[in-house]
Every structure is written in structure tokens, then in C-alpha cells.
Design a protein around this ligand. Structure first.
Ligand code: DC
Length: 208
């Protein structure tokens, strides 16, 4: 069974995907980490993120098993990922790995921007996780405060809006709600409540 979870930056889709995978006993792939790792490696080799040749070569040589780097989780890595993710050949180079992963028995949960539309258009369940930009920024800002990082709320909000715009506006595999996706708006939901709601959607769709 394939479960596709898409949604914008800081929507909580990663946390939700992991919890669903644990609950179902499925494998889980955070596809954003692939783009984050490509961006990290392009920069580490001294190339600009917009350098198509360098980004494509890096994506083709990426070892998807090396995604444990904690630096990949930061905001800068997310912004950089969104830049290399615009390059169609980078996306193409990462496609086979994602599709193979999705076929792992007994099932897999993949989260990203184009899972339900491009990577796994035949997924058994598609959930598009949303929340207002203000609420996503507020949650992210709270995480920063908890870690003692002095980032202003306005900066976080501006960054989230810029990333949404870039991810939804690119011509190739933009962030989009698949026609057969179910919307899960977590604006007024706790993590627990969002998880319960997602389990309800999966049960309704598959009977599991
Ligand atoms: O989900 P994330 O924030 O880790 O993703 C980082 C960036 O990677 C995101 O802004 C756009 C890109 N991305 C993508 O284009 N397609 C995906 N399936 C996942 C991420």
C-alpha cells in the first residue's frame, strides 16, 4: 500500500508521515531530505545552487542512505533544497529511488510536494496537509524559540511564504493538490488530533 502525504513547508506533514508509518508498520521516506542533500552537496563542492550541470550531476550521484545529517533539517537547507528542486533533471534523477521505495512491502508512506501528483499518481491514499502560513510560521517560530535561536516571527513568515511561492510556482512538478487527494487542514489541530484525523481518512479510503 502506498500513502502519499503532500503539503507546504512546516505543515507538519513530516511528523504526520512518520507517525502514520509507525502506526501501520510501513517504511517512511521524507523526500524533502533528498533535495536538501543535493543542495548541501552542490554547495559543499563549491558550485552555485542554480548551476544546473552541478546540481544534476550531484543528484545522479546521491547516496539516498546518507540523509542522517542533522544540518539537513534546518531552514537554510530547506530554502536551498527548494532552489535545486526547480531543476527538472534533478527531479528526474531522484524519481526512480522514490518510486522503488514506494513499492516496499507491506507498504510505504512518502511525504513531499509532488508525491500524489507525479511520484506515485496511483497511491492508495493521498492526503494534502495544510495550515495557514501564519500558523505554520507560529509553530516554526516556537520551535526556534525552544532551541534558543533568535529568529523574528516576521522573518519566519516571510521565508515560509517565499518557499510556498517557489514550490507551487515552478513549472515542473509544482506543489499541488492531486485531484483525488483528501485535504487535512491542521490549522486548529494538535499533532495528536491531526494524526487521529489522518488515520480516519486512511480507514475510510482503505478499510485498514
Ligand atoms: O519538505 P521539505 O521542507 O523538507 O522540502 C524542502 C524543499 O525540497 C521544498 O521546499 C521543495 C523541495 N521538495 C520538492 O520539490 N519535492 C518534494 N517531493 C519534496 C521536497
Amino acid at each position: 500500500m502506498i500513502i502519499a502525504i503532500d503539503g507546504p513547508a512546516a505543515s507538519g506533514k513530516g511528523t504526520l508521515a512518520k507517525r502514520l508509518a509507525d502506526h501501520l508498520g510501513f517504511a517512511c521516506l521524507d523526500t524533502g531530505l533528498l533535495y536538501r542533500a543535493v543542495a548541501r552537496d552542490v554547495a559543499a563542492r563549491g558550485f552555485r545552487l542554480e548551476d544546473t550541470w552541478a546540481a544534476v550531476a550531484t543528484a545522479r550521484g546521491l547516496d539516498p542512505l546518507e540523509l542522517e545529517d542533522p544540518d539537513l533539517r534546518g531552514t537554510a537547507a530547506g530554502d536551498a533544497a527548494s532552489i535545486v528542486a526547480r531543476i527538472p533533471e534533478v527531479r528526474a534523477a531522484l524519481l526512480a529511488y522514490q518510486r522503488d521505495f514506494a513499492r516496499r512491502p507491506p507498504g510505504a508512506v512518502l511525504d513531499g510536494r509532488d508525491i500524489g501528483t507525479v511520484v506515485c499518481p496511483d497511491a492508495d491514499v493521498k492526503i494534502f496537509v495544510t495550515a495557514t502560513a501564519e500558523i505554520r510560521a507560529k509553530r516554526r517560530h516556537c520551535e526556534f524559540e525552544a532551541r534558543g535561536a533568535g529568529v523574528a516571527y516576521e522573518t519566519v513568515l516571510t521565508d515560509i511564504i517565499a518557499r510556498d511561492t517557489r514550490d507551487a510556482g515552478r513549472p515542473n512538478a509544482p506543489m499541488a493538490v492531486a485531484a483525488d487527494a483528501m485535504l487535512l487542514d491542521t490549522s486548529n489541530l494538535s499533532i495528536e488530533a491531526a494524526f487521529d484525523a489522518a488515520v480516519g481518512l486512511i480507514t475510510r479510503k482503505t478499510g485498514h
